[in-house]
Design a protein around this ligand. Structure first.
Ligand SMILES: [Zn+2]
Length: 278
């Protein structure tokens, strides 16, 4: 991807190296809605998230300082690109886009949704409208998910920003409310629709990247492969050797790729109505 030396977003809060205070009272995110990019490490992603399994949270970042600096810049540039995309969309609807804040942190950090932990992967907290990202997730993607490259990482940020857009449009609160009044399986199905829509919204960013010639050879494939890598069937197979479709909260690899591509090809939010389709 072309990102070096390009415009960076200023909506970034850098909490890296502030240390994590995981443990003690109020640990974990319990019963508060957050939106992750994929169902990692046995974390329940039904919207109402249980206590994450810690384990890997306190580990040192395996990134070199050069890698870290590059990912820092990449993240800020991708965030700026999403801001251009969504500011344009909102202004065409006669309103204004309020950008999300990207919080960079290491290991653990406080959020309005509880204690965020790197082990959960990147996530969006609707209560403070912030996207939380530990840059070492890049290494997790590469090593654990087999998804590497700048476009893969950019997809993750665009997906989380997609949740922010859902929040601004009122979709997120509406769906979360609907989830309260149905059973587990149906709540999961609603979560899948929400997640696939965030993938489609990430695709709208990708559409912009294609138009602006920000993608280099192989980048589209890289981003699509990242969407595939975080499919529930793939992650469940990896974790437990089999997949349980009723427990899916993000959609299968095939669905995630399909909705991402749909957004990328059309660049049109009207094609992202996952709630109208089966
Ligand atoms: Zn998500």
């Amino acid at each position: 991807m072309r990102w070096q030396g390009r415009k960076q977003s200023s909506n970034v809060e850098d909490r890296r190296g502030q240390g994590s205070r995981i443990g003690g009272k109020g640990t974990g995110i319990i019963g508060i809605i957050i939106l992750l990019v994929g169902a990692y490490y046995g974390v329940d992603l039904s919207g109402v998230v249980g206590t994450p399994q810690i384990g890997t949270a306190a580990q040192q970042s395996s990134l070199s300082s050069e890698q870290e600096a590059q990912l820092n810049e990449l993240s800020r540039v991708v965030l700026a690109d999403t801001e251009a995309v969504w500011a344009d969309y909102f202004s065409k609807r006669g309103s204004r886009y309020t950008p999300a804040t990207l919080v960079l942190y290491t290991a653990g950090t406080q959020t309005a949704c509880g204690t965020g932990q790197a082990a959960m992967g990147p996530f969006y907290c609707p209560a403070d409208r912030k996207v939380y990202l530990d840059l070492s997730f890049y290494e997790d993607m590469r090593k654990k998910l087999g998804a590497a490259g700048d476009a893969a990482f950019a997809y993750v940020i665009a997906h989380e920003v997609g949740h922010h857009v859902q929040n601004l449009l009122g979709i997120l609160p509406q769906v979360n409310q609907a989830q309260q009044s149905v059973g587990k399986t149906q709540a999961n199905a609603l979560s899948v629709k929400l997640e696939l829509q965030a993938d489609c919204f990430a695709g709208i960013w990708a559409h912009y990247a294609v138009n602006q010639k920000l993608f280099e050879e192989g980048d589209i494939e890289e981003a699509v492969a990242a969407a595939e890598a975080v499919g529930d069937d793939r992650l469940q197979q990896q974790a437990q050797g089999y997949a349980v479709p009723d427990s899916f909260t993000h959609g299968s690899s095939a669905q995630r790729m399909e909705w991402f591509k749909r957004g990328m090809q059309g660049g049109d939010i009207n094609q992202c109505n996952t709630f109208a389709s089966n």
